[in-house]
Design a protein around this ligand. Sequence first.
Ligand SMILES: [Zn+2]
Length: 166
Amino acid sequence: MGEQNTEQRTQNIDNRCLVSVICCLYICLTVVFGITGCAKRELPAFICDMCGMDVSKSETKYKVKLSVPATDGQPEKYACSFSCANMLKENLKDKVSAIETTDYNNANFIDINTATFVAHSDVIPRGSMPPSLLAFSSRQDAEQFVKTHKGRILGLEGVKKLIAEK
Ligand SMILES: [Zn+2]
């Protein structure tokens, strides 16, 4: 009789253990999937597609416009810097219809084909991947900037060469 009770108790404990393990596993899975799921949903769209930096905090924002929406349905992608935008372009190739960046003086978006760039000035733009590269809508603005902050004035081709050399 006594032996049977002990056996029954052991079995009860075993069952309780099993239930606890299953509960723990369930909670763990819910937490893990919940966190990753949430992180994906809550990720703001304004994030550098290459390095994950917050593009809203970058002083050199890049907008990569797509002719065909990306696999995640986005019609455009963002990058924190020229280097990241360039990598993004290499990844997306002919899906890219245009790339715009912000004028350092007023933060308005301008086409990179018409922008004048200043490389290696004494200004290190915030939230941007190196090299330090600022864009201006007019060449006069860039020349004015270089007078006080030094640096090299470059067109888009010059910038591409600079990035390739790196
Ligand atoms: Zn980036």
